[in-house]
Design a protein around this ligand. Structure first.
Ligand code: 26V
Length: 836
């Protein structure tokens, strides 16, 4: 390849000429000349050494992906060269999860290669969908937190920020869900079974991580051997992150663990041949699998080591890069911003201190100042069971030096607390980084707040509760550190790519500026009164629904009626998200129909999807209930033409991309005060669905932006939920609300479980016997009232689409570009570094 060759402008460029493309991306021609077809054909044939005619869909996918990678690779190199040369302040996003999904279509979209791709598809006679479906989802995350990280790196690249994501290269991502007799079952997600064309291993940039102990596999489980220090290698695998327009190609660097190739000769010569090799095995098992639980972290030793591994590899890499260009350690916060995605990477506090104290030889005060100025922390949940704490004993065994540092941070911090609040030992106990005797644990959220200059929540209400409840004492000490950064989602994947029907109509109406400046959707507001545009939006929704129904039939053998209302709730299954409240609504509607098969009513399709943590039994019972509800309703001759219930297995990014554009109704019905933000709410909004929901998370801000009248809000507010904790009694609703009672009686009469009597007893326990902690029954009646309004409006086709347009017009605020602009200006103090 020759970067300095004469620009392709010298010869008249053919639109299909690959050098024309490369020139367009500022790379100059490469020596290989030929068309993009030739590029593709070369990969097809030479990568597999087979005749092109003999290749299957998988080979064709790989050849297409590699061709796209060829187009971006020079630009990718040049992006890094530019950063090295310009030495801007770099942004590092540390996250245990990146829920990426597929990359082929997204990268083509962001590089604006669609015309080339379309021509290739035609000339090579390819089936684009079949090809795209060959790519497995990169499911390296559980839900909202991981998907947010993926949206953020897209926005940062699009905004030309010198940013990099750091995560783990799990061999197995989030488990694959299937349904057996209505129950969730799990299968491992072997997403790397085939070579992944998007990843580039960088063995020369490996880092060595030293640990205070060793690991062994004993009897099939991974055990810690204290007192025998060991080390493990972190091998980086880089993935390109193409910004929209293809100007900046940033990097997502994922670490894989590997055993040192010199294995333990001492153990070997002592005759421990097997255990020395087993040690090697266990080092590699460090990055084997993503933890599939998004709430409880207790008692998972391997998870603790994974978190340290991410931090240690990433900081070593960051510091190495920083030191290549900057002689002076004091420049660190001017050149580096590190964002911690939840507390999962909060070992960065003691690790950066260790580097500055022990490796750089700085004094405590300077090291502490640099650490705080460099790090920033985002909180993603208020659920007490999801707030991480780690046993002090594990620090002792694995990270003794880090423990020393944490205890010294705590000693100094508590001195400060005592100086500011003399005599207030209660407060000292509450804020201490160490949770009291005898089973002492380190509170990672406290560590992250104390060790950084910024703590933010992810929606206004969440940030407010964080400041006034969960982290109140710390916010009182450091009020200037706390802020809100309301989440957002990338409009490239979630509108432009996922919903071509709607995206095309928006562009036809207001031009394509919205793709990188979503606030321009405001221009649609007056078009709510334009009959032509209303028709266009209606037609787009109809198209998306038809195409989803078509896919569902082909993929799952399930038929749904595109003329019914598609009413969706898709997210992790959790009591606080209240899928059970939705199911109760359906039971009430079912009961109403059984009593009075009403003539006038739009048919409705209720779509559910989501995974339950494998050990979360009640969440699995909820899935079972939805499936049994579906089986009963869909077979009932009286109601089945009015109501249909579908539980879609294996919810993932790719399924969301299909389902969200097709939905008319978005259910966002968490118990108020529990959903930090939510992000699917935003995706539904920008895809022309109306929201029925509680005043929780970012839904509150959506209503503010679109006008409360344009959503269907119901239920207790967060304040009312907190205020009724003392006296709330679900039995009151059972005793006084006939529809609530009838619905519960029907469930507990085994109407939906004729052959499995008693299987839903855990639901009775949760909803009645144990007090209904998430207050389903408190909100059921107002949910049904809002639902009645919603169905009423649907009958008025124009009224409905007007509200859809008002939502669409107001959804600009929920672009992750806006969120990232706020992080960059207010937390990172970093700006773009355009690649020439
Ligand atoms: C906790 C744990 C603990 C143990 C093992 C694995 C694991 C994985 C994740 C978590 C924390 C999950 C917190 C989370 O996902 N929060 C969600 O963050 C979204 C993005 O900010 C937000 O929209 C959702 O409301 C919030 O629930």
């Amino acid at each position: 390849m020759n970067e300095n060759a004469t620009p392709a402008g010298a010869q008249p460029p053919q639109p299909a000429d690959i050098n024309h493309l490369l020139t367009q991306y500022g790379c100059g021609p490469i020596q290989f000349t030929g068309t993009s077809d030739a590029l593709y054909e070369r990969h097809l044939m030479f990568d597999n050494v087979v005749d092109a005619a003999a290749t299957g869909a998988r080979e064709r996918y790989e050849a297409a992906a590699r061709s796209v990678r060829d187009v971006l690779s020079q630009r990718w190199l040049r992006t890094e060269q530019t950063y090295e040369r310009e030495n801007p302040k770099r942004i590092y996003y540390l996250s245990m999860e990146f829920l990426i999904g597929r990359s082929l279509a997204n990268t083509i979209t962001n590089l604006r290669l669609d015309p080339v791709a379309q021509r290739l598809v035609k000339e090579e006679n390819l089936h684009p969908l079949a090809l795209i479906e060959q790519e497995p989802d990169a499911g390296l995350g559980n839900g909202g937190l991981g998907r947010l990280a993926a949206c953020f790196i897209d926005s940062m690249a699009t905004m030309q920020l010198p940013a990099m994501g750091y995560g783990l290269r799990y061999e197995y991502g989030i488990f694959r869900q299937f349904i057996e007799d209505g129950w969730q079952r799990e299968r491992p997600d072997n997403w790397l079974r085939h070579p992944d064309p998007w990843e580039v291993p960088r063995p020369h940039e490996r880092v060595e991580i030293k640990l205070g102990c060793s690991f062994e596999v004993r009897g099939g489980t991974l055990g810690v051997v204290p007192g025998r220090p060991s080390s493990v290698f972190g091998l980086p695998f880089d993935r390109p992150v193409a910004g929209y327009g293809g100007r900046t190609i940033n990097t997502l660097r994922l670490w894989a663990a590997a055993a040192p190739d010199v294995f333990d000769f001492q153990a070997f010569s002592a005759g421990e041949f097997v255990s020395a090799l087993a040690g090697q095995l266990s080092a590699e098992s460090l990055t084997r699998v993503l933890y599939p639980d998004d709430t409880t972290s207790q008692g998972q030793g391997l998870r603790f080591v994974q978190e340290y591994f991410l931090v240690a590899c990433s900081l070593a890499d960051v510091v190495r890069r920083f030191r290549r260009i900057n002689a002076d350690w004091s420049a660190l916060p001017r050149k580096v911003a590190i964002q911690l995605n939840d507390t999962h990477p909060s070992l960065a506090v003691p690790e950066l201190m260790r580097i500055l104290l022990d490796d750089a030889g700085l004094g405590w005060d300077e090291a502490w100042d640099l650490t705080q100025q460099t790090l920033a922390y985002t909180n993603h949940t208020l659920l007490p069971e999801a707030l991480e704490t780690w046993p002090l004993a594990w620090f002792e065994r694995l990270l003794p030096r880090h423990l020393e540092i944490v205890l010294e941070i705590n000693r100094r911090f508590l001195d400060d607390v005592r100086a500011r609040f003399p005599g207030d030992e209660d407060r000292v106990r509450r804020v201490s980084l160490v949770d009291g005797d005898p089973n002492r644990r380190i509170r990672m959220a406290n560590l992250a707040v104390v060790g950084s200059h910024s703590t933010n929540g992810v929606a206004a209400i969440h940030s407010c509760l964080l400041r006034t409840e969960t982290l109140r004492d710390l916010a009182e000490m450091y009020p200037e550190r706390f802020s809100n950064k309301t989440n957002g989602v990338t409009p490239r994947r979630w509108l432009l790519l996922a919903n071509p029907a709607l995206a095309g109509r928006i562009t036809a109406a207001i031009g394509d500026g919205w793709i990188t400046d979503l606030a321009q959707l405001e221009k649609l507001r007056p078009l709510a009164e334009d009959a032509g545009f209303r028709d266009a939006v209606r037609a787009a929704k109809r198209e998306a629904k038809a195409s989803f129904a078509h896919w569902l039939r082909a993929a799952e053998g399930i038929s749904i009626d595109p003329d019914s209302i598609f009413d969706s709730q898709v997210k992790r299954i959790h009591e606080y998200k209240r899928q059970m409240l939705n199911a109760l609504r359906v039971v009430v509607l079912y009961n109403r129909l059984r009593q009075d098969p009403a003539p006038e009513m739009a048919p409705r399709t209720f779509l559910f999807a989501g995974k339950a943590a494998p050990a979360y039994h009640l969440a699995k019972v909820i899935i079972k209930f939805i499936n049994n509800l579906a089986a009963t309703i869909n077979q009932d001759p009286v109601v089945r033409h009015r109501l249909k219930v579908v539980f879609l297995p294996e919810y993932c990014v790719s399924l969301a991309e299909r389902l969200i554009p097709a939905s008319d109704v978005s259910n966002q019905i968490s118990t108020a005060g529990y959903e930090a933000s939510g992000t699917s709410n935003m995706k539904f909004m920008m895809n022309g669905a109306l929201t029925i929901g509680t005043r929780d998370g970012a839904t509150i801000e959506m209503a503010e932006a679109a006008g409360e009248d344009n959503l269907f809000l119901f239920g207790l507010t967060a304040g009312q939920v907190a205020g009724s904790r003392g006296w709330y009694n679900p039995h009151w609703h059972y005793d006084n609300e006939p529809e609530t009672r009838a619905a519960l009686d029907l469930i507990f009469s085994d109407h939906f479980s004729r052959h499995e009597p008693g299987v839903f007893e855990p639901l009775r326990d949760a909803l009645l016997t144990h007090g209904d902690h998430y207050m389903h029954l408190a909100d059921l009646r107002s949910y049904l009232a809002a639902d009645r309004d919603l169905v009423g409006l649907y009958a008025d086709a124009d009224g409905w689409v007007r509200k859809v347009i008002m939502n669409l017009a107001a959804s600009g605020r929920f672009s992750s570009d806006r969120t990232i602009a706020e992080y960059a200006a207010e937390i990172w103090q970093a700006g773009p570094c355009p690649v020439p």
